[in-house]
Design a protein. Structure first.
Length: 202
């Protein structure tokens, strides 16, 4: 109990902590979550019944450079996908923490990965090469990419989120695109918004 403000605090050992900025966090279940950091590690955490927090697994040097984003997918969140400054995405088991595959389809920093649908077989990745790619986590070969869309313009793509299993919102500076990611769509744009003026452009 924090006596200064009367609130309960969750505690962890300093030995468990990341050595650099914590960049992303994803929930595994009601008591477990996973984090990534600029220190190149992925950490799995357990909240215990007495509200103590413990790190029960660390994947050291999960990437050779800082890790920028995580996504969980698969049955019972059994699969974790990470992406990094190293231009790759990696696929991990959240059960035995083994490396299941590595996707090397981008040519610049991969800034976000998202899962498409509950227990979905596909993930989407967006990178500073100004491409969004959708690929199956079970097959990380570039030949297995479901779709790849390149966005033009001098500004870099900087974020992405899934609005549904078939629609992504992709941002580039003040512009947001809604992108169809079904296999037959070829990444068609459903709508374009300029958030600087709050106007729908198309």
């Amino acid at each position: 109990m924090d006596m200064a403000n009367g609130t309960e605090q969750t505690r962890s050992s300093n030995a468990d902590s990341h050595a650099n900025w914590l960049i992303d966090l994803q929930i595994l279940d009601s008591t477990r979550f996973v984090t990534c950091s600029n220190d190149m590690s992925i950490k799995f955490w357990q909240i215990n019944g007495d509200r103590n927090l413990s790190c029960y697994m660390t994947i050291f040097s999960a990437h050779p450079l800082g890790i920028l984003s995580l996504a969980v997918t698969g049955l019972n969140n059994s699969v974790l996908v990470s992406c990094s400054f190293d231009t790759t995405c990696k696929v991990w088991s959240t059960q035995n923490f083994s490396l299941l595959g590595s996707f090397a389809g981008h040519t610049d920093y991969v800034v976000r990965v998202v899962a498409l649908g509950n227990n979905g077989m596909y993930v989407a990745s967006v990178a500073y090469d100004n491409t969004v790619q959708v690929w199956p986590w079970a097959n990380t070969s570039s030949a297995a990419v479901l779709l790849k869309r390149h966005f033009t313009g001098a500004d870099l793509l900087n974020d992405m989120t899934a609005l549904s299993p078939s629609v992504l919102a992709v941002s580039q500076k003040q512009i947001v695109w809604l992108m169809n990611v079904t296999a037959s769509s070829n990444g068609s744009i459903l709508a374009t918004y300029n958030l600087g003026t709050f106007l729908q452009l198309a």
